[in-house]
Structure formats: C-alpha cells, structure tokens
Design a protein. Structure first.
Length: 581
C-alpha cells in the first residue's frame, strides 16, 4: 500500500462456512451439527472395558459414529497437551491437519489452494506481537467471490493465533542480535499454528511502527537488517518480496486498522447492482508513540493533500481521510507532560536545567495526589518541546492536586491546539482535518489500543460518551488517599446515575475495588485519562454525546492494523507452491 493510492483487489465473502474460534486452530473441529460435549469429552473418563466388549460383539458396525467421536475426543486431549508444551513441528502439523479435514466440501477456485496461512508481526513501541491467520478460499454455493476487473478472491478469515512479548524492538538500540532474538517466542507460536507442509509458502512480514520511527534512521535500520537476516536463515516461512521487514508508514498503519474493522463488520466489499453501500466505521487508534484517525467522509469533500487515501477494496473505491500524529501516543504524551511540568518549574524557580534534579520533589498536577514518580526528562524528545539543553535528568515528581482542571491545562499545551493552521480546519498540531461532526455524522466510531486498555479496566465495557468520560476523569483526578471515603461515594453516585438510565449508561458497571486497584498500579492514571479525553475532545473534536465504541476484538479476532495488512500481504504473495486439493 502506498500512502496516497492503494488497491486491495479483494472481494468480500458471502460464504456460509463456519467461523472458528482461535483456539480451534489447535483442536479438531467437528461439523456444525456435532455436539460440543462430544468434542470436549475427556478420554480418561471413557469406560475402556465397555468399549472393548462393544467392539468384540460387533456393536461398532451399528454405531460407528460413536467410535469416530471417541477418536476425535482422544485427539483433542493430545492436541491440548501439545498446545501447552514446547513447540514442535510434529505437534503443530498434526493439530492443523485435523482442522483442514473438517472442511471436506470445500471447493476452491481452479489452481488455488483451499486454505492459506499468513504471519504478521507487529513490532510496536512497547512490545512485539504475532498474528497467525488462517484463511479459507472455499467458493460459496452461488459462485466465486471475484471482482469484475480481477481474478483475486477475498480470503475468508477462519481463525487467528495471537502471542505478544515485551519489550519492543526499539528497546534494543545498539543490540540488533538481541532485538531479533526477542522475536523467537513469536516464531515458535507460528510453528505451532502452521502445518509443516504449508510453512514454505506461508508469507511472513514484520512491520515496525512509531517506536522505531522515533529511534533514528541508523539504529532502526541496523535492527531491521538483522531481523531480516535472522528470518531468512533460521525460519522456514516465506518472506514477502518487498518490505518484508520494514517500518510501516503511519498512513498505512491507520488505514490497515480501518480495513480490519470494516472487513470484520462486513461494511466493505463488493455489493450487488442497485444495492446501497454500507456506512463504514471510523477508527481512532492510540499507540505508545503515535495516534491515528481514519474515516470516510460522508458529506464533506476533502481538500487535496497527503491526508487523502484512495483505497480500492472489493470492487469499491473509498476516499479516506487519514493522519498519523507521530509523537502523540500515550507514552510520548506522558513524557511530554512531565517535560512541560519540569520546564514550568525551571522558569518559576529561575534555575538552570542541571539544577532541576536537586531541588527536591516537583509538584505535578497530572499524578494522583500524594503519589510519587521518578521520571527521566529528555527535553528534546517531543516535537512540542523547545529545550535549552539535551542532557537527560532524573527528577522526582509528587502529585500536587489541582484535579482534572489543572492537569487538563498541561495536556492541552502538549497537544498544541493553538499551532499555526495553514489549511483549515485543523485538528491539533496544525494538521488539517475536516469537521468530524459534519463530515462523519452518522457512522460508528471505534477507539482501539490504549483507548481500550485504559478505560475497560475502570468498568467501561463497550462504549461511552465524552460527557460520561469527563465526569469519571474529574472524580479520578481528584482522588486522595485520605479523603475519608469521598472518592468511593462519588464512584457509587456515578454508577447509580448510570444505572437509572434506560438503557443503563456507560458508567453502570463501575466497580470501586477494580478502580482502586487500577489507580494504585498506575500513578499516572489522571494523566492518561486526561490525555485520552483531550485527544478525543479538543484534538479529534468529537461530539460530547456521541457513542464511542472501545473494543479489543470483533468475532474473537484481535483489532488493529495487522489483519488489514495481512490481507494486502496475501494479495501480493504468489501461492503457486502451496499445496492444492
């Protein structure tokens, strides 16, 4: 995919074949009509004496199905044990062969494999993750899934294996061999998930995101070259022809996430003649080092520029607005806020930069009151900072109180809403973005990654509005350890008010113990939540009463850019050497 014009020449599936849970890639799949209790029946509980008599006296001829179920049950137990043992080629091949045999009526297009596997490694700023996908190319009863202008066939996703490890590749600056070795657990997962006979034709790609972008050209290239060499010499998978191991463009990152969600929601793909196109979902992703926004304007014509992304998918063309705000991920925002507070103290006390670490704990309104945090300040690390020195300093911060209002002022300075806007209207940092409320008034909004990771543990399960989030952040930022139970009473009040609404509102599932545990583990919770609110409110300019969906998965598939990138990878990777029926 290019950042300006991309063609994913794939059509959508109308097949009615079953969608399997990710764990089924390591267990035998029974036909849809089979009883689940049979497939999970433990063989240790089987009466082997009765089974011996049953076979001896010929009962097997009348009840052969029972024997088949018992065999499958035994196989399930073996596979389950393999899944929890070290990876081995024989175990992974055995388990996946059973899955392949669970589709006896699959008819792929002539010369095309019935199933393909693909591997995508997301090398993010805070960790690396592998997605092992299995796709079906079985033709639906009503004919092939084809584009009128292409012979490409949309793969139907059947399952996914997912595994992650920490830290990210960017943590291995100057140690490229260690960086490559950090991916070994991910590749072992791939061996578990891909049958032996499919590995040589299974494409693999490693896409690094904002973490390596910020590391610098020389060190990031050193790491990527070593990862490429290691994959080529040590593992049996097929490297993509171009950019197999690379830093992904920020525009592609956001658009691939948009493809993932809308592919799973079935809002993109071919439509019948005369049929109205579906309204697509908008996607907002918050990573550690960057945030992305992608949506398809419904009523507003986009101004020309790099923010326009022409995407062809399933016979339809989508003109998307996209932008990746590098340096505005959650971890970068934390660092920038601490720097901003440090500089404020620098000027207030009229001292030199090198003296800042020796003046004692510095008050920080974005830390929970009375909590402390030791922070390394690197003033040149964020695009919004202007430093007099580049020498890192370790300083002690203490939560100074002031609540949401005080923290919000600092966060809004970091976001840079007042930056010069050359092409209006602008979101933040001087970046053009059409008015979201006007350009995308009706479709669903999905908020991914840290949006989910920070809000879900507090009790926000599916969706929320900014009005609801603002109330919760105000209470959390004002919490003090010695408040005599006032914080608990405020949480109870918010929950009761939410439950009184019909239907119950987003804060109806707030649980005081869970919130307290989350706040105790994260002294920067006020900072994180204030930044999330500011990005959605001041940055992306969402309406305060519009639902925002937070989600980790759709139909058991992990959300993010990986699936969208994998569909594109499959389209570009020949399958001539893959096993065919």
């Amino acid at each position: 995919m290019s950042s300006s014009s991309t063609s994913v020449s794939i059509s959508s599936s109308s097949s009615s074949s079953p969608v399997y849970h990710p764990l089924q890639s390591l267990s035998p799949a029974l036909p849809p009509s089979s009883s689940p209790s049979h497939s999970y029946h433990s063989p240790e509980r089987t009466n082997m004496g009765s089974l011996h008599r049953f076979i001896k006296y010929g009962g097997w001829r009348r009840n052969s199905l029972v024997i088949i179920i018992i065999i499958i049950t035994c196989s399930y137990t073996i596979i389950f044990r393999f899944r929890n043992s070290p990876a081995s080629p024989s175990s992974s091949s055995f388990s996946n062969e059973l899955v392949l045999k669970s589709h006896p009526n699959c008819t792929p297009p002539p010369g095309h494999p019935s199933h393909r596997y693909a591997l995508m490694i997301d090398a993010g700023s805070t960790g690396s993750r592998i997605h092992v996908y299995r796709f079906s190319y079985c033709l639906p009863p009503n004919g092939p899934r084809r584009l009128s202008s292409s012979t490409s066939i949309l793969p139907k996703l059947e399952n996914e294996l997912f595994f992650k490890t920490q830290p990210g590749l960017s943590s291995y600056a100057g140690r490229p061999v260690d960086a490559a070795e950090s991916l070994r657990p991910l590749l072992q997962t791939a061996l578990d998930g891909v049958p032996l006979e499919q590995r040589h034709c299974t494409p693999i790609s490693v896409k690094a995101t904002a973490g390596l972008r910020l590391l610098g050209d020389s060190q990031s290239k050193e790491i990527l070259h070593e990862v490429l060499r290691w994959l080529r010499t040590s593992w049996p998978f097929k490297l993509a022809q171009e950019g197999a191991v690379s830093i992904m463009d920020g525009a592609d990152e956001g658009v691939y996430a948009w493809v993932t969600i809308n592919y799973l929601l079935k809002t993109i793909g071919p439509i019948s003649e005369g049929e109205t196109r579906n309204t697509t979902a908008a996607v907002m992703d918050l990573g550690g080092a960057s945030t992305q926004i992608v949506f398809e304007p419904l009523r507003t014509k986009l101004e020309p520029g790099e923010h326009v992304y022409e995407l062809a998918f399933g016979g339809q063309t989508h003109a998307l607005y996209q932008h990746s705000h590098l340096g505005y991920g959650l971890m970068e925002a934390r660092r920038a806020v601490h720097e901003m507070v440090g500089f404020a103290e620098l000027w207030r006390r009229k001292i030199e930069w090198d003296q800042l670490a020796s003046v004692g704990p510095l008050g920080n309104p974005c830390l929970q009151p009375q909590t402390t945090r030791k922070v390394t300040l690197v003033p040149s690390s964020h695009p919004s900072s202007s430093s007099l020195s580049t020498t890192p300093l370790v300083v002690d911060f203490v939560g100074s109180g002031g609540g949401f209002k005080a923290c919000r002022r600092v966060v809004e300075l970091v976001i840079g809403k007042d930056a010069v806007c050359k092409l209006k209207p602008c979101a933040f940092g001087g970046v053009y973005q059409p008015s979201f409320t006007e350009a995308f008034a009706d479709g669903p909004i999905y908020a991914l990654s840290y949006f989910y990771d920070r809000l879900n543990p507090l009790g926000i399960k599916e969706s929320f509005t900014l009005a609801e989030l603002e109330k919760l952040v105000e209470v959390i930022c004002g919490r003090r350890a010695d408040d005599g139970g006032a914080f608990g009473r405020e949480i109870t009040r918010l929950r009761a008010a939410a439950r009184a609404r019909k239907p119950p509102a987003a804060l109806a599932d707030l649980h005081l113990d869970n919130i307290l545990a989350e706040l105790d583990d994260r002294p920067e919770s006020c900072l994180d939540l204030s930044f999330i609110f500011a990005i959605l409110d001041l940055g992306y300019q969402l309406d305060h009463h519009r639902p925002i969906i937070i989600s980790k998965k759709i139909t058991a598939i992990e959300l993010g850019w990986a699936l969208g990138a994998t569909i594109d990878l499959l389209e570009k990777t020949p399958f001539n050497d893959c096993p065919k029926p």
